[in-house]
Design a binder for this molecule. Sequence first.
Ligand code: FAD
Length: 400
Amino acid sequence: MNTATTDADAAFREQTRAWLEANCPTEMRRPIQSEDDICWGGRNFKFKSDAQQAWMQRMAERGWTVPEWPRAVGGGGLTKAEAKVLREEMRALGCRSPLDSFGIWMLGPALLKFGSEAQKLEHLPRIARGEIRWCQGYSEPGAGSDLASLQTRAELRDDHFVVNGQKIWTSYADQADWIFCLVRTDFGAKKHTGISFLLFDMASPGVTTRPILLISGKSPFCETFFDDVRVPRANLVGEINGGWTIAKYLLTHEREMIGGMLEQRSAAQSLGRFAAAAAGTDGVGRLRDGGLRAAIARFEIDELAFGALLERTADRARRGEGDPAFSSALKYYGAELNKRRHELTVSAAGADGLEWEGERSRDGTVARTWLRSKGNSIEGGTSEVQLNIVAKRILGLPGA
Ligand SMILES: Cc1cc2nc3c(=O)[nH]c(=O)nc-3n(C[C@H](O)[C@H](O)[C@H](O)COP(=O)(O)OP(=O)(O)OC[C@H]3O[C@@H](n4cnc5c(N)ncnc54)[C@H](O)[C@@H]3O)c2cc1C
């Protein structure tokens, strides 16, 4: 092992720890309780507290909302190894993510690979600083798993496109500032080859959204309608009719992020501690209910194993040995783990876990988050579709 590198790593770790200790407000070191605690950024985002705002701004100033992006576009310019140290130190101190966004998880990586220099400079710094919140316009009423069947039409007229059509399940479309959107630009071509990737402002004339109310009582997503929306030609990413490649690349990031994030959010909140507080302990401090104790132990072992798998996958990617299809395996298993966590949380909470309203249950957080977790095996591509990809691309099963 190279000693110089080791010394540099150790020094970076020490500086990082000291900076986090000095700059992460105490409130931002407590586990998030629900999606309402997440900092999404954007023009209309209301920070929950001064601490949340200060934390996001301090991290953004260092480029650490997107530690691995180049400095020129608002990132921290960290190597993968340094970014791993930062993640580890944040986890050790219990620091919350300063900023979560579809811009960071999905659009950013796609723009870094396929965007023009002008597009990178226009959009990436605003994502890194949490100024613009993005939503994802992929699914349509007739195009979910079979995404390439999408029918939203964009006609090129001189220097702009005119977009007409409908998207569905557009998460947070009513709160987003901009959308990255798949549109059909060639109706004669085979379905995968007539698609383009457009960016536009949700405040453009002709864009409307209608929230969809879910069983959890919340409306995290919308139907999104486009009626003669004018989009400058400069907002096309990549080539016209070349959007499918970008769409697929973005999906692998989305799937990896969903898998990884579900694990990180779960790891931030100890299920064992929650269960002990909710269901009680015996004379030696163990969970009183032996069945629940065993189920939680099994879950926590699987969660640790999944964490190790994520690390190994990141190491393989660093060495250039990653397989994009593996994001499907991570997405599938991350979703299953998160659903299990919420089943166990409801079991531990007993009758209290079913309370829907009231201060004591913080308006039914346990029940609502449990219901929300059911969507994990649908969002970002369903579990069945992920298993098909694993069967075909990774296992090479005949007939898959
Ligand atoms: C919480 C949540 C957030 C979402 N956010 C967004 C968003 O921000 N933007 C966006 O564009 N979309 C979003 N979606 C939509 C999501 O991507 C789609 O719901 C998903 O791709 C499935 O499409 P569908 O709903 O049309 O189901 P369908 O494709 O109609 O599938 C119906 C059923 O058939 C199964 N099926 C379909 N094809 C196959 C096959 N080949 N083999 C085996 N089984 C199959 C599916 O697994 C599923 O069980 C979100 C969904 C959820 C739940």
